[in-house]
Unconditional design. Structure first.
Length: 659
């Protein structure tokens, strides 16, 4: 048996990452895509691509029959599920096998047992794998949970039995809060996983989340590839991962590795899997769950072992034995990974969508970027907010940290908001630097005072002034170059009005490039422009030279220094009363944002200036007014919809403009 064509039942960075390895092995690839992903990077990179349905995952990436049909149509030999979507769906794994295709993953039975936290934990107890005291029985009554919690002792963790990723999970410190937590967790679990069953565990606070990567072949061989520390989490979702764990010893690694191998053998596991543990302050560890797939954070293991885990997955699925024994494995150096997500830290990390105006990958020795995006792509609201992973490797942990920090400082993502600046802060936090972060690190972290953004706004305004001045000079075709900046001895100030994090900010710029004075809401900054070209600007502020990437259009100004990403709406370029041109009868979104409400209905007669809707962007609300008299013919979107600039909100007919 030999796999010659591989269908990837996924999207985004993991699909691109699998394509990269398949190509290196001489295996042709097939991508699947939804409406939203028609132009996505994984579609462009694969040898073939098959459309599988509308944008919602429930109608495309989660429909097993569509994916298997696509594999048959393209004559693929195997299906790789990546992670997420159908990767841990036992019914899908069985359906793939029943269709005569190779599933790049474990047997369906192993997925089923380990995919149910309650059943998995019962199996681990029998196998002698250390487990957290808890309750995982079939009786799901509130009374039984309350009784069990009293016996275990508070605080406790309520968890969804059928899923992970922080969904359906609640920390409960006192009995009066348990009932409400059960209801919320059950509702969340039903929505996310289609199953509301819960389990209860003793909460082990200030522990580390340490996972062991295992591999097993179909010839009875099982090994572990060391550990990853995934303790830096927000809302139980991993943000930064590293290998090896900063507090690991050879003896502890051997014990945890042996427990992980035992867990895998208990369910006759084959393929790549990860056994997750909590490691307490006393060096005791407890089984959490087993992920029966490739992990998001697998690159850090690849970096320290030199093993391509996807290639190994494919070989094992192809029936080959493991090419090494446990004693053959060595770990070299240290690797750290961060997850770059399209989310807004200033808005409690809400997902952010829209067009990627600029994506600049970092470069450098021992720096790796796994992504599935490029400039001009759309970040869709239908899928996970993670858009890229940035990984650095070094001889020591500090080498890796410094390289990763430098890589993040080079990274530019303009368009959707991102957590790039937040990740930079974490990598510089004393707790992380010392290697002592636990799962409660971010919860207990003393947040810095809101950083003073005035300096960044002053730099942005200076860049705006420089760009506009340059554009004006380039149009002065009949004026000698020496006279283009002549002002007769009078310095004319330039006024720039922006919206920043829901507040209106005015910047006043005066002077020339060698000596600029910028006032930001009354605070004065003395700047000089050192150089500017092709989206880069170098500005001297208080004796310090700051380099930045800058991008602007009629509505937006983006700026990224090595520490700060700034997104400003240019109020002077917005029609602030919300009126639209509407010459084609279509009233459009003025910028990326959310449609809060629609004030009209189809058939309504409206007059020019009537309020049609309310639109929110950058925490500011904008009234959308009628551009002319007319009748509402169509309302193609609903309140609550995330829109990109130019998307149609309301379509008018018989208006003055179109009559």
């Amino acid at each position: 048996m030999s796999i010659e064509k591989l269908l990837i039942a996924n999207r985004g960075e993991i699909a691109c990452r699998i394509i990269r390895t398949a190509r290196s092995l001489g295996i042709r690839t097939v991508a699947v895509y939804s409406d939203a992903d028609e132009k996505a990077q994984h579609v462009q990179q694969a040898d073939e691509a098959v459309h599988i349905g509308p944008s919602p995952a429930s109608e495309s990436y989660l429909v097993a029959d569509k994916i298997i049909d696509a594999a048959k149509t393209t004559r693929a030999d195997a299906i790789h599920p990546g992670y997420g979507f159908l990767s841990e769906n036992a019914a899908f794994a069985k359906a793939v096998a029943d269709a005569g295709l190779t599933f790049i993953g474990p047997p369906a039975k192993a997925i089923r047992v380990m995919g149910d936290k309650a059943e998995a934990k019962r199996a681990m107890v029998v196998a002698g794998v250390p487990c957290i005291p808890g309750y995982e029985e079939e009786d799901q009554s509130a009374e039984k949970f309350i009784s069990a919690a009293d016996a275990i002792g508070f605080p406790v963790m309520v968890k969804a039995a059928a899923g992970g990723g922080g969904r359906g999970m609640r920390l409960v410190r006192d009995e009066p809060d348990l009932n409400a937590a059960l209801k919320l967790a059950r509702s969340e679990a039903e929505s996310a996983f289609g199953c509301g069953d819960l389990i209860l565990e003793k909460a082990i606070e200030d522990a580390r989340h340490v996972e062991i990567q295992i591999f097993a072949d179909s010839h009875g061989n099982t090994v572990h590839l060391g550990e990853r520390d995934c303790s830096v989490q927000r809302r139980h979702q991993k943000i930064i991962e590293e290998a090896p764990c900063p507090v690991m010893t050879d003896a502890l690694r051997a014990r945890m590795g042996e427990a992980a191998v035992k867990a895998a053998k208990t369910v006759n596991y084959v393929g790549a899997g990860t056994v997750e543990f909590l490691l307490d302050q006393d060096g005791e560890f407890y089984f959490l769950e087993m992920n029966t797939r490739l992990q998001v954070e697998h690159p850090v293991t690849e970096e320290i072992t030199g093993i391509d885990l996807v290639a190994l997955q494919i070989d094992i699925a192809d029936g080959k034995p493991l090419p090494f024994k446990q004693a053959d494995l060595e770990m070299n150096g240290h690797a750290i990974e961060v997850r770059l997500c399209a989310e807004d830290p200033a808005s409690d990390f809400l997902p952010s969508t829209g067009t990627i105006e600029l994506w600049k990958r970092p470069s450098g020795d021992h720096v790796r970027v796994d992504d599935g995006i490029d400039t001009g792509d759309e970040v869709s609201p239908h899928y996970d907010s993670m858009v890229a992973k940035i990984i650095a490797h070094g001889e020591t942990r500090e080498d890796a940290r410094i390289r990763l920090l430098s890589a993040l400082e080079q990274t530019v993502l303009f368009g959707p908001a991102s957590n790039r600046d937040f990740l930079i802060e974490i990598l510089q936090d004393e707790t992380f630097v010392s290697g002592s972060a636990t799962t409660f690190f971010l919860e207990h972290r003393q947040k810095d005072k809101q950083s003073d953004s005035s300096t960044a706004i002053a730099i942005a305004a200076a860049a705006d002034w420089s760009i506009q001045s340059g554009n004006a000079r380039s149009k002065a075709l009949n004026v000698h170059s020496e006279q283009q900046s002549w002002a007769g001895g009078i310095v004319f100030p330039f006024y720039f009005d922006y919206s920043f994090q829901g507040q209106e900010v005015t910047a006043i710029v005066s002077g020339d490039a060698s000596s600029l004075s910028v006032s930001v809401d009354g605070e004065i900054f003395d700047l000089s422009i050192d150089s500017q070209s092709d989206g880069h600007i170098s500005i001297i502020v208080g004796g310090e030279t700051i380099s930045a990437n800058v991008l602007q259009n009629a509505q937006m100004l983006y700026l990224a220094t090595d520490k700060t990403t700034l997104t400003l709406f240019k109020i002077d370029h917005l029609d602030t009363d919300g009126a639209q041109d509407g010459s084609d009868g279509i009233v459009r979104a003025p910028m990326h944002g959310s449609l809060l409400k629609v004030d009209v209905a189809v058939g309504d007669q409206i007059a020019a200036g009537d309020q049609l809707a309310v639109f929110e962007a950058m925490k500011m609300q904008h009234e959308i007014l009628a551009p002319a008299n007319g009748t509402v013919a169509e309302i193609p979107v609903e309140a609550g919809t995330q829109l990109a600039a130019g998307d149609a909100i309301i379509i008018l007919e018989n208006s003055d403009a179109s009559a």
